[in-house]
Design a protein around this ligand. Structure first.
Ligand code: ZN
Length: 428
């Protein structure tokens, strides 16, 4: 069942395939029934709004000449055949789900750019020696179940078995959520693709950061997705009466943690610009005004495009924390919570994307590391990947204020057409 926003009567129906229409369509999908909430955008995996969104995009895919299907993991896939049937595909996409109170372009723009590209070539009757496939992944954000990117893992062949005991906040299991769409948890791995079926993966995504805007550029080329470490740190001192414990005798865990936070910030500032170190969470025990804090637990998140840079900064952080803990007589316990390797984008594809960007924008494009994770980092296990960043206003994302300039998106569209045609030209 199509909503009127998807129909030909919508305002964007007069627009030709391209960046402007991709933006208009993202906007159309920013409201109910494509959001769970009336007054904000929230589109979790396998929700009613997710389903409505897939139906709508599938309609657009079909109008663009694609055959559509929902794969075993609940991803939406559209296929536009190449010159010969069953040719391997250039896969283009991003994610359909959103965070709670999210923006309209995060993920969705990369999916709809794929649809626009196919519409553009279908209108010319043009086919390539490869198929074009467009994919909308289901759970990049992980905003429903306590896991993320299960659906891209499934496609990349990395999901041997989907978690059995996962529930959303309402107590609905992954199994039941899949069953509502006629899917099954045990069958999720069947979404996997063979390496010989996929030539490359191309993802366009808003930058979600301020660099392109600061440099007055419409697009940027991603060289790698950052390696990430996440730690939990526990510092234990001695709790004491805030009125009677002399300053000289205190073992104040919060004062130690405060020094740690500043040391971490300083180490983060001392490396290359893609090195970032963050303390985003801190819990004080007992956390009352009249007690010297006896214990503090906090998080550390360290990322860099090069794992060696991340590791060196992390070693420096550990040394600094050990030194200050010893000096302040607090105990220190650091546990690793997450270790994501860096994902380099394919060098040859990235060069091709850079050349395409240069020919469209007239300047050598900015090459940058993505500090945020993307489906591309999972797809890299299946095929070579490359990523194009699009400037977003103020670098704001995961926020309803997320905004793009349609003319930037049109430039990105031109870059992607150029890339596809170069890709076709350079294949034997
Ligand atoms: Zn995203």
């Amino acid at each position: 069942m199509m909503s009127s926003d998807c129909s030909d009567t919508a305002s964007f129906s007069a627009l030709p395939p391209g960046g402007h229409r991709a933006v208009a369509r993202c906007d159309a999908l920013g409201v109910a029934p494509y959001s769970e909430e009336k007054d904000q955008l929230f589109r979790p995996y396998l929700s009613a709004s997710y389903r409505a969104t897939c139906d709508c995009i599938a309609g657009w895919m079909q109008s663009a000449g694609m055959k559509t299907r929902i794969d075993a993991a609940g991803n939406l896939v559209g296929r536009y055949e190449g010159l010969t049937p069953d040719a391997p595909a250039l896969l283009i996409g991003s994610h359909i789900d959103s965070v709670r109170d999210g923006g309209r372009y995060d993920g969705m723009l990369g999916v709809l750019m794929g649809v626009e590209l196919v519409a553009h070539y279908a209108a010319q009757g043009r086919r390539f020696p490869f198929a074009l496939e467009v994919i909308g992944f289901g759970d990049e954000e992980g905003s429903r179940f306590p896991a993320a990117m299960l659906t891209s893992r499934a496609v990349a062949g990395l999901l041997k078995e989907a978690p059995a005991d996962m529930q959303d906040p309402a107590g609905i299991t992954l199994q039941d959520a899949l069953a509502e769409d006629g899917l099954a948890r045990e069958r999720m791995p069947e979404a996997s693709r063979k390496p010989e079926e996929i030539l490359a993966y191309l993802e366009a995504h808003i930058e979600q950061g301020p660099v392109l805007e600061a440099e007055n550029r419409a697009v940027g080329v991603v060289t790698a997705i950052a390696a990430q470490y996440r730690f939990r740190v526990r510092m234990k001192g001695v709790a004491g009466h805030a009125g009677t414990m002399p300053m000289t005798l205190r073992q104040d865990a919060l004062a130690a943690a405060a020094e740690a936070v500043l040391a971490i910030e300083k180490i983060g500032q001392s490396g290359p610009s893609d090195l970032v170190a963050t303390v985003g969470q801190l819990t004080v025990v007992p956390g009352v005004p009249n007690v010297v804090p006896g214990e503090v637990v906090f998080s550390i998140d360290v990322r860099a495009g090069d794992a060696a840079v991340r590791n060196a900064a992390t070693a420096e952080i550990h040394t600094a924390l050990e030194a200050l803990a010893a000096r302040r007589k607090v105990t220190l316990e650091i546990s690793l919570q997450q270790d994501l390797p860096a994902t380099p984008c394919d060098a040859a594809l990235t060069d091709m994307l850079s050349e395409a960007a240069q020919s469209v924008t007239g300047t050598v494009p900015r090459r940058m590391v993505s500090g945020a994770g993307h489906d591309a980092m999972i797809l890299a296990a299946l095929s070579p990947v490359c990523m194009l960043f699009i400037r977003c206003e103020g670098g704001i994302s995961h926020n309803p204020a997320e905004a793009v300039n349609p003319s930037d998106v049109e430039q990105a569209f031109q870059v992607m057409t150029r890339f596809i045609e170069d890709f076709a030209g350079r294949r034997p």
